[in-house]
Design a protein around this ligand. Structure first.
Ligand code: DAH
Length: 345
């Protein structure tokens, strides 16, 4: 008889020790069952009368240890559960949930094209020169051999600033030539990327703001042949090793002689397409030998130094590379357009 009662105590002890409540509701069930006013240990105390007299003392001790075991277990479980619920409340995070996909930005086609141009000239020793977009008349025009009444000013419709009509939004990055030549002495080998502005009607092919890259190389004995070789290297790096160039005579106030450079059409391999208007050639840039007047305006002796310069638009090159048919897309920053360039480098 006593043995059965001792065995029962053992079973209860096993139950207490193996209890594993996972939330506060289950913990409360545990408390009611073993420590509440009608707990399951109480009837066992009533069983003492059925225990053999010589074992009553022992039975009482085991029963008391059961109660202590239940109290200790309850304390341990309460702490464990409250640490768990604190952690969940304070972070509000489910650390087991799968991560959210991260949205990656894309490089703008203008930046990608501009960076490629800069890196090609960088390998030929051209350093990047950047300067202001609000420029004065002298650096944008006069120093570049385009005085006030010069008809070439009509080539570029200019935004003048209302509060000071001597200031304007630069119409070309050639103004950086004047900035650099008045600030440093030759040898000068710079590439000047940046935004320029012209008072143009906005359409699919033209915008009132766009980007250019200007190049300038001034030193002793710089020749037209140096310019041609530099630009041929650029064309091959930019448009593929089989690219050819041709220089057509042209006119710019700041260069003499002046030329426009075409590159063999890389869209159709010069076979003829809508981009090259079936000529096999695409116009890329203007260039020439820096006019001695420009050197003089910037305090560089044209008897000692010569140089070449070139300027190219970035938008048209980006539009050809990525087959974009409307220049306005490049300025609207519509993410549906931009995210298509995720993999562009
Ligand atoms: N500044 C000219 C333009 O905006 C481009 C240009 C042509 C720049 C010839 C030059 C150059 O440096 O030599 O159309």
């Amino acid at each position: 008889m006593s043995e059965d009662l001792f065995a029962k105590l053992n079973t209860v002890l096993g139950e207490i020790n193996s209890a594993q409540p996972t939330d506060t509701a289950e913990l409360e069930q545990f408390r009611i069952k073993y420590l509440g006013s009608k707990n399951t240990l109480k009837p066992l105390f009533g069983e003492i009368k059925n225990v053999a007299p010589e074992r009553k003392g022992e039975f009482g001790k085991v029963l008391n240890s059961l109660k202590q075991a239940a109290e200790a277990k309850f304390a341990e479980l309460s702490t464990a559960l409250s640490i768990k619920s604190d952690a969940a409340e304070t972070s509000g995070l489910d650390l087991t949930a799968p991560g959210l996909p991260r949205k990656l930005g894309a490089r703008h086609p203008i930046s990608a094209t501009q960076d490629k141009i800069i890196s090609i000239f960088g390998r030929m020793g051209f350093a990047v020169a950047e300067d202001r977009e609000i420029e004065d008349d002298w650096h944008n025009f006069t120093a570049m051999n385009t005085p006030e009444d010069h008809p070439a000013r009509d080539m570029q419709d200019t935004f003048y600033l209302r509060d000071n009509p001597n200031n304007l939004l630069r119409t070309h990055t050639s103004s950086v030539q004047a900035r650099t030549m008045t600030a440093t002495k030759p040898p000068i080998r710079i590439i000047a990327p940046g935004r320029v502005y012209r008072n143009e009607t906005i359409s699919a092919r033209a915008h009132c703001q766009f980007h250019q890259v200007e190049g300038l190389y001034i030193d002793k004995n710089v020749s037209f042949a140096d310019m041609k070789q530099t630009l041929l290297f650029f064309a091959k790096e930019m448009y593929g090793p089989d690219s050819k160039i041709r220089l057509r005579p042209s006119y710019f106030p700041f260069t003499e002689p002046s030329a426009e450079m075409d590159v063999s059409c890389f869209i159709c391999d010069a076979k003829g397409c809508s981009v090259c208007k079936h000529t096999g050639w695409v116009e890329i840039l203007g260039c020439g030998m820096v006019d001695p007047e420009v050197l003089k305006n910037c305090d560089i002796d044209p008897e000692v130094y010569t140089g070449f310069a070139f300027g190219m638009g970035i938008e048209r090159q980006a539009m050809m590379r990525y087959k974009i048919n409307d220049i306005r897309l490049l300025f609207e920053n519509d993410v549906r357009f931009l995210q298509q360039f995720q993999s562009v480098h």
